[in-house]
Write a protein that binds this ligand. Sequence first.
Ligand code: G6P
Length: 360
Amino acid sequence: SDTEKGTYEHYMLKEINDQPAAMRKIIQEYQDEDENLKIDPAIIDQLKDSDRLYVIAAGTSYHAGLIGKEFFEKWAGVPTEVHVASEFVYNTPLLSEKPMFIFISQSGETADSRAVLVEIKKRGHKSLTVTNVPGSTLSREADQTLILHAGPEIAVASTKAYTAQIAVLSILAQVAARESGRDIEINLMQELAKVTTAITAIIDDAPVIEQIVNEYLETTRNAFFIGRAMDYYVGLEGALKLKEISYIQAEGFAGGELKHGTIALIEENTPVFALATQEKINLNIRGNAQEVAARGAKVCMVSMEGLDQEGDTYVIPHVHEMLTPLVSVVVYQFIAYFAALHRGNDVDKPRNLAKSVTVE
Ligand code: G6P
């Protein structure tokens, strides 16, 4: 069944491997008989009626929200802010006139997010929960819900919920864009199908990624993840995954910001994972990689077919530029998994962490 590991050694490994099936399920659930994208019209009306979106989340779900912001702004043309729930509660920013709140939560039970929901409901604002768990607290208490259809996620380190969140947010933003008459040249379902194939290719490549871990992470006590634009956000998630289960001190940074401080930390053999999946910043991030390499860093360059250069460590299959996080993150999920495994850590139940945090 869905809640059993089956032949997998860990839930996390199973859940990484579940991702192509989860993508297929989402594609199926979010289209109508004519294969058009399908979202409850009430949600789209709410979205069209608002002047700004406030995405509220924690942990990995927050990182998915950062990618969602790109979809909402670039496709649907709606200004979007993404906030860490625990900060928003006590340090609420000035709100727009017609805000809409989107809560992203795998479990639908995170207390920090619920505290925000309670507060904004008091103020009479509209809310949507994007969750993997129908009937969860955040789902019951928000005006609307979108379900992730990723199947139960058991491992503390979130994997398939993150990619499912991004996929569902992309569909929501696309439908909103169309309904607002914006001219968007992308067949999203086709592109998500390509993403599914690309994820499968990376899963087949797990042994290759295990070798990368052998080469870069066996003895290190720290690691950096750099990227720009969406690749920066994926780097944040890559660093979080690695921290959570391998206990290696890891940080994600915007490539261009390195020189303003962080580059001081680079020593001989410091591992730096650099992501290059966006044409606009391909040369910039490669420049940043050279800057750290010149100071002794061991750079693991992960790029995308079409933008790759000789010497890149790993090249992911080509997918639509806006959807690359769905694919590149899988490389980082495996990197974290193998790093934790090789250190003999409890992969599914890392120390000090809980699957969902139901206290503020
Ligand atoms: C906990 C988990 C994280 C998760 C976060 C948010 O800290 O350990 O993996 O990302 O909560 O959880 P949610 O269920 O709201 O997505």
